[in-house]
Design a protein around this ligand. Structure first.
Ligand code: NAD
Length: 498
């Protein structure tokens, strides 16, 4: 008899709860077999979790702690996570289908987010403003309350930790709803934070479908903030209700990152850049370099070498250290990739390599070949997010054209500029409308570096002081040591108003 699939329940008020009546299977995308089930949390339970969380916030076991205590808990959580990385890496690989080599490298840095925001909590200072007259004006930052964090499947642990670390550092109570497609590593954070000393009920992890559990959570007027990483459609579902409730939203949404490759770059390096930008995570990152804008001066050489290198990429079992390309997340994602390829070809695009779904070792799995399509800059492929390994290769004849194409989609998240011409690097970077521009790099990331897009790529930032402060509200306190309240007294000249 085969082992039953484990069920991992919500982590609420410091314990895994009883399983909900309805559950959701979590598949290993490389084998299509369920590896666990999770809760499908109904509305009444979501409401109860929110009201428990509001009480915990007001009771103050975390919101009223000293900065030094928050520093200690987050630093300890970082140490515990670092010690447990092997188990997190295995779990992340199994639930996302991403190669274990990627998960080893990505997860090794995740504790840095906890350390960074622990440090920020400890050193962040208020201000005293210049104020007219004998008045001292202090500005202090307070936590915003109970925050909902809605996270995606592509970097489950990294993105949840980024958000959780910033919110906890600022003293908030967090309700995180991970993606139903990859929730398992996030669910392991509950006991880890408890062991680190976080009071029960300060980190709540609730699972379910976005359109059900996530929708109910985000519709609550009791929230202090919503922080979403996901697609534009999800933002559009959440934002009107949040606006009505006057709940602020940070939105980290999709992208169509241009990789701008100029003729001064060695062709080998240009191809290395394109491979990394385009195919890390099978193209399932918000900053996937999904548009290769290549200057005519190197175009043919670049294209030929790129096609050769793509053909040699090793796709296969994500648990194999030798594997370079894993799966996409689901059958729906495979079908989306197929749809993009078909439409690009119908529109006159030229399929240079890839383009087909594949299966893994057991004839199963949601694999899609790394794909390059020569396409027009205004084609559907070049203007819409695939979130898969299907790249548009676009020939450009001038710097002006590269800049113009780079800025031609509704997205504005990440962009990279590759050139050996120092002045061109600065000139082009300055003209690109994107929240993050890398010069001679792509997808470089650090907890201290603000991350977020413009236009339809979202608003607000993760990382850095910006993220920390977005989890606070500013309180202005005015201490009067000399302005007499004589306004309505007769015979007083120069009474002060304002
Ligand atoms: P998604 O929008 O489908 O889901 C994201 C989360 O939102 C999930 O937890 C989901 O359950 C939840 N959700 C869905 N509908 C909801 C609703 N009506 N109310 C509340 N919650 C709801 O996105 P995904 O497919 O998981 O991730 C891919 C998208 O995320 C891409 O567009 C990608 O570019 C974007 N992304 C952006 C960044 C960034 O930093 N800007 C990073 C990673 C991913």
């Amino acid at each position: 008899m085969s082992n039953p699939i484990p069920h991992v329940s919500n982590w609420i008020n410091g314990a895994y709860t009883t399983a909900t009546a309805q559950t959701i299977p979590v598949l290993n995308p490389a084998t299509e077999t369920p590896i666990a089930t999770i809760d499908s949390t109904p509305p009444e339970t979501v409401h109860q979790i929110i009201s428990d969380s509001v009480r915990t916030f007001h009771d103050g076991p975390w919101s009223q702690t000293e900065a030094s205590d928050r520093f200690a808990v987050l630093s300890t959580a970082a140490r515990l996570l670092r010690a447990r990385l092997p188990e997190f890496i295995t779990l992340e690989t199994r639930q996302t289908g991403r190669p274990i080599r990627e998960m080893q490298t990505q997860l090794a840095r995740v504790p840095e987010w906890l350390e960074y925001f622990a440090s920020l909590a400890r050193v962040h200072e208020g201000r005293v403003t210049p104020f007219h007259g004998p008045v001292v004006n202090t500005l202090t930052r307070l936590p915003v309350g109970v925050v909902a964090q809605i996270t995606p499947y592509n970097h489950p642990l990294l993105i949840a930790t980024k958000k959780i670390a910033a919110a906890l550092a600022a003293g908030n109570v967090v309700i995180v709803k991970p993606s139903e497609l990859g929730p398992l590593s996030v669910l392991q954070l509950g006991p880890l934070f408890q062991e680190a000393g976080l009071p029960d009920g300060v980190l709540q992890i609730v699972c379910g479908y976005g359109s059900e559990t996530g929708r109910v959570l985000c519709a609550s007027p009791l929230l202090g903030k919503i922080d979403l990483t996901g697609g534009l459609a999800t933002y559009r579902a959440i934002a009107p209700v949040a606006a009505g409730n006057m709940v602020p939203v940070t939105a980290e949404l999709g992208g169509k990152a241009p990789v701008c490759l100029f003729a001064s770059v060695e062709v080998e390096r240009a191809v290395q850049a394109a491979l990394f930008a385009g195919f890390i995570a099978s193209g399932q990152t918000c900053v996937t370099g999904s548009r290769l804008l290549v200057h005519g001066g190197i175009y043919e050489q670049f294209r030929d070498l790129l096609v050769k290198r793509v053909g040699a990429l090793r796709m296969g079992d994500p648990m194999d250290l030798n594997t370079q390309i894993g799966t996409v997340i689901s059958r729906a994602a495979v079908e989306r990739c197929e749809g993009f390829v078909d439409r690009a070809v119908q529109e006159g695009g030229r399929l240079l390599c890839g383009g087909r779904s594949m299966t893994g070792p057991g004839g199963k799995g949601f694999f899609f070949q790394p794909t390059i399509i020569e396409a027009a800059s205004d084609s559907y492929l070049a203007c819409h997010e695939v979130f898969g390994p299907v790249l548009a290769l676009i020939r450009c004849e001038s710097e002006e054209q590269i800049v113009s194409v780079a800025n031609s989609t509704p997205f504005a998240l990440g962009a990279s500029v590759w050139t050996n011409d120092f002045t061109q690097a600065h000139r082009v970077a300055a003209q690109i409308d994107a929240g993050i521009v890398w010069i001679n790099g792509h997808h470089l990331n650090d907890p201290s570096s603000p991350w977020g897009g413009f236009k339809e790529s979202g608003m607000g930032k993760e990382n850095g002081l910006e993220a920390y402060e977005s989890y606070t509200k500013v309180k202005s306190t005015l201490i009067n040591y000399g302005v007499a309240p004589t306004w309505f007294d007769d015979g007083v000249t120069n009474a002060r108003y304002g």
